[in-house]
Design a protein around this ligand. Structure first.
Ligand code: AMP
Ligand code: MN
Ligand code: MN
Ligand code: MN
Length: 304
């Protein structure tokens, strides 16, 4: 079901495309239902929704919230959230404020190492001060010759305990899940295989997430190894959690990732979209490609 891509980023976080361009690209790639899941932001959803109506694509209101759990930075995706919900908006506003402050502190730290023009350079890459991500810092460091790759920017400067690292007051795992649920959404533990956790600790994380009201885990993402996808699929079945999938598309910061391109959900998983009434095997009949014209009927509003 590569037609359903439930994880993507726009310029409203650390993606390179405007929401309208992201949606247009998704439609060209054959994606029929796309969740825009910007980091700690829902500001891109209005533009994305308008573009989705033009392209006959179903836009799912999403967000990817940064959370703290046992000293780890965990990502929780919310799908089918109401972006106007005041509890969600309040929580995201606090995270965005912390991002804006962190950007200043990180720039100061890099300037103390002898670099110049850091803050203005990074801000020029971002939609707004409160959307500045470590991704923007990595791009600036690379573009200005301070590192030879994006990965090196994280390894040398931006990763945990590195010289430009600034600890963040991210909300607790429990709070992020509760904001998503308050906004009527489904909470999905993002890319469980990407945290520096043993399998035992990963199970502990998933148990805590479930206890907090989380309903799904991301099983199939673009950068996950096949054996991890199979393992997460088995875990989702064993623990009675729904299974999500998505590319985690960012555009130029991760050019090897394409919209709609990720492994299939392993057999036996219950896809997360069953939570909003879609059939197990994918899109509802009204979203199926019109064989005669090759186009998809405009049903974005009806399904959202
Ligand atoms: P932030 O939320 O601002 O702390 O930035 C986190 C983002 O940085 C993630 O969503 C990734 O897109 C990116 N990121 C984190 N670690 C790495 C890494 N080692 N290499 C490349 N990108 C990374
Ligand atoms: Mn990112
Ligand atoms: Mn993430
Ligand atoms: Mn993401």
């Amino acid at each position: 079901m590569p037609e359903i891509d439930l994880h993507s980023h726009s310029r409203y976080s650390d993606g390179s495309l405007a929401p309208a361009d992201l949606v247009a690209l998704a439609a060209r790639a054959g994606v029929k239902a796309l969740a825009l899941t910007d980091h700690d932001a829902v500001a891109g959803l209005t533009e994305a929704r308008a573009a989705a109506a033009v392209h006959g694509l179903c836009l799912i209101n999403g967000v990817e919230i940064s959370a703290a759990w046992n000293g780890h930075n965990i990502h929780v995706v919310g799908l089918q959230v109401d972006p106007e919900n005041p509890i969600l908006r309040d929580g995201l506003a606090r995270q965005a404020g912390a991002r804006a402050l962190r950007a200043r502190h990180m720039a100061d730290k890099l300037e103390a190492l002898g670099m110049t023009g850091v803050y203005d350079g990074v801000l020029a890459l971002a939609q707004s001060p409160d959307a500045i991500s470590r991704t923007h810092f990595s791009q600036w460091l690379f573009a200005n010759g301070h590192v030879s790759s994006i990965q090196q920017a994280f390894d040398r400067y931006l990763g945990p305990r590195k010289p430009a690292s600034v600890p963040m007051p991210w909300a607790s795992l429990e709070d992020t899940v509760s904001w998503i649920r308050a906004a009527g959404g489904v909470a999905v533990l993002a890319h469980p295989g990407r945290y520096p956790l043993t399998r035992t600790k990963m199970r502990g994380l998933i148990a805590a997430f479930r206890q907090a009201g989380g309903e799904a885990i991301e099983v199939a993402t673009a950068t996950e190894k096949p054996d991890m996808v199979q393992y997460l699929g088995r875990l989702s079945v064993e623990l009675g959690l729904l299974a999500s999938q998505g590319s985690d598309y960012h555009g130029t910061p991760a050019p090897w990732i394409a919209l709609g391109n990720f492994p299939r959900l392993p057999a036996g998983c219950t896809p997360v979209w069953t939570a909003w009434g879609w059939p197990v095997d994918g899109l509802p009949a009204c979203m199926a490609t019109d064989v005669a014209t090759g186009s998809v009927p405009v049903v974005a509003e009806a399904l959202s």
